[in-house]
Ligand binder design. Structure first.
Ligand SMILES: [Fe+2]
Length: 253
């Protein structure tokens, strides 16, 4: 059984602030967990405006926690995957295509490319043809969990659809058979099962979004999610999950 700690949408700025405090709190929470295999997934929007200094700080914070066995990152719409690669080079944070962790296969999908058409808003994403091909090829093989920044199936209100994925239909076609997806971007604990797709979308470490609202509205709801995952008869299965919330007293300290 493995334990995954999903930290998403940290949105760290050039200079340290309360978002850094929140992230450091979550990392210290991980320290206190009594599990052997601690794996962290950073599911995008790690830095605001792809700030180098923000990426460097994340690598430094995670590097200090020797009990985090490994850490995998995907880029979000606020990130630049090239800058991330250069800042995380030689650190514990990996930007990988795939990982096999204790018999469970994960595929990391880059949704950070800007849409080609003009119908979506700033914040939307796209999967390149190359990434689509990789997803198609991988989904024919063993069962896997897909990890991405943007959710792969439609969730949330209209405003959130405008910052979704441009080629979502193509993706759905590929993953419709049966797949589990772990994403960020929504800044809320939204989950949705559609057909055979089980989509987990999680809390941001920086701030929340109210998906009941007609337009973008921030909330104070933030934190991270932990998952207990194991391979049951070759199928990756989320045995349980838990939201770890950040309270005001954490960031006020
Ligand atoms: Fe995002």
């Amino acid at each position: 059984m493995i334990k995954i700690f999903q930290i998403t949408d940290c949105h760290l700025d050039k200079k340290p602030n309360e978002k850094d405090i929140a992230l450091k709190y979550l990392l210290s929470y991980i320290d206190n967990e009594c599990v052997e295999n601690k794996v962290v997934f950073l599911t995008g929007d790690i830095a605001n405006c792809s700030e180098r200094l923000a990426y460097e700080r994340v690598a430094e914070y995670i590097g200090k926690h020797s009990n985090i066995k490994s850490c995998y990152a995907v880029a979000g719409n606020h990130d630049d995957v090239k800058i991330m690669k250069s800042c995380f080079y030689g650190t514990k944070i990996k930007i990988a295509n795939e990982a096999l962790i204790d018999g469970v296969r994960f595929l990391f999908l880059d949704t950070s490319q800007k849409p080609l058409g003009g119908t979506l808003d700033l914040g939307a994403g796209r999967i390149t043809k190359k990434e689509l091909y990789r997803l198609k090829k991988a989904s024919r093989k063993n069962e896997m969990i897909i990890v991405s920044h943007h959710p792969l199936i439609k969730v949330g209100g209209k405003w959130f659809h405008k910052i979704g994925l441009e080629n979502e239909k193509q993706i759905e076609k590929i993953i419709k058979r049966r797949h589990m997806v772990i994403s960020g971007h929504a800044h809320d604990a939204l989950s949705k099962n559609e057909g055979f797709i089980q989509q987990f979308i999680r809390l941001s470490s920086s701030y929340g979004f109210n998906h009941e609202s007609e337009e973008i509205m921030r909330t104070a709801d933030s934190g991270m999610t932990t998952y207990q995952i194991e391979s049951v008869g070759g199928l990756p299965t989320v045995v349980s999950y838990e939201h770890i919330r950040i309270t005001d007293s954490v960031t006020a300290s």
